[in-house]
Design a protein. Structure first.
Length: 331
């Protein structure tokens, strides 16, 4: 149903041609929120099976311009999940230790195990987004043999190889770009200044990055076109309406988990037989009871019958006494 938002290498992404405010899959906010709530329950159920099965892991990766709604979407769609087997990794500016390694090193440390869901709030794509726009790679230490002009191109290749390697080793990568318009970003920045409870969200650096809006738009377009594959697709989600964006993201996550089709592990006949043996051992350890639970209703039933019989006898005697009195009066 959200095929129009999916880029798997079969078509080109043109950021200027996609709408950021469209609501074609569900135009009614109340219905979208209702569907989101239903999807959350299904996602939770599938996640429990995924964790129990432990056959495959998945990364849900979020990229966006500032104020597009990454944090709120992650909370709205994924807070339904059990803490077991689910975690979020937020990637900020790399530390000195991270810069001393290859650009994928810090991401490798956050990879999920089989049965786990990892939520990436930003990711290795930062190195072909802000890294490309601000040309950070030019000031980072590198060997003399490295052709600086080919670093970004090589990183696209490295990302594709890395994500294919994950796919080959039981980890899916689902990449979601929350596509917000420039005007809507400005409105959200303004709200962060005007509403006290949102002041903490606003950063002057976010506003300064807005000067590079066109360069970032081109960087997203280039990155998505260079790294969209059948096994590791990109989803470009309209983000001007938060309620719609969150609903669509829930559909993408639900569809991914359904395709993975996790199941609770089946218990073998041998294990079931072992369970019966263990059950007998457990019951043998429990203290013996003088009366079984099943005997209690029987005792109660007998007591009830006796009480009923006494009541009937009393009623019979009363009737007899009344009859005798009437007979005496007649005489």
């Amino acid at each position: 149903m959200f095929k129009e938002y999916c880029y798997d290498g079969s078509k080109k992404f043109r950021i200027a041609k996609v709408k950021t405010n469209e609501t074609s899959l569900c135009e009614d906010r109340a219905k979208a929120e209702e569907k989101l709530a239903k999807n959350n329950k299904k996602i939770d159920s599938l996640q429990q099976k995924l964790y129990a099965e432990k056959k495959e892991g998945v990364i849900f990766l979020f990229q966006a311009m500032d104020a597009a709604g990454k944090d709120g979407t992650i909370r709205a769609v994924l807070q339904c999940l059990s803490p077991h087997g689910v975690y979020e990794a937020a990637f900020k500016a790399p530390s000195n230790e991270e810069l001393a390694h290859d650009f994928l090193w810090r991401v490798e440390l956050a990879l999920p195990e089989k049965g786990e869901i990892a939520i990436f709030n930003r990711s290795h794509y930062e190195d072909v987004l802000i890294g490309k726009v601000r040309e950070l790679y030019k000031t980072q230490a590198h060997a003399d043999r490295i052709d600086v002009d080919k670093i970004i191109e090589n990183r696209y290749k490295d990302i594709n190889n890395f994500e294919q390697c994950l796919w080959n080793n039981n980890i899916r990568v689902v990449k979601i770009f929350l596509n917000v318009s420039k005007d809507e970003q400005a409105r959200r920045f303004l709200a962060r200044i005007e509403e006290p409870e949102k002041n903490w969200k606003f950063s002057e650096s976010d506003w300064n990055e807005r000067k590079y809006w066109d360069q970032y738009q081109q960087a997203f377009e280039d990155a998505i076109n260079a790294t969209s594959t059948k096994n590791c697709p990109w989803y470009v989600v309209p983000a001007d309406h938060k309620w719609y964006m969150r609903y669509v993201v829930s559909e993408i996550i639900l569809a991914t988990l359904k395709e993975m089709n996790p199941k609770y592990p089946e218990v073998t006949k041998e294990r079931l037989e072992k369970f019966q043996q263990l059950k007998a051992e457990i019951e043998a350890e429990l203290p013996k009871k003088t009366a079984s639970i099943s005997s209690i209703p029987v005792a109660s039933e007998k007591a009830g019958k006796k009480s009923k019989a006494k009541k009937e006898d009393k009623e019979s005697k009363t009737k007899k006494e009344k009859k005798d009195k009437k007979d005496k009066k007649k005489k």
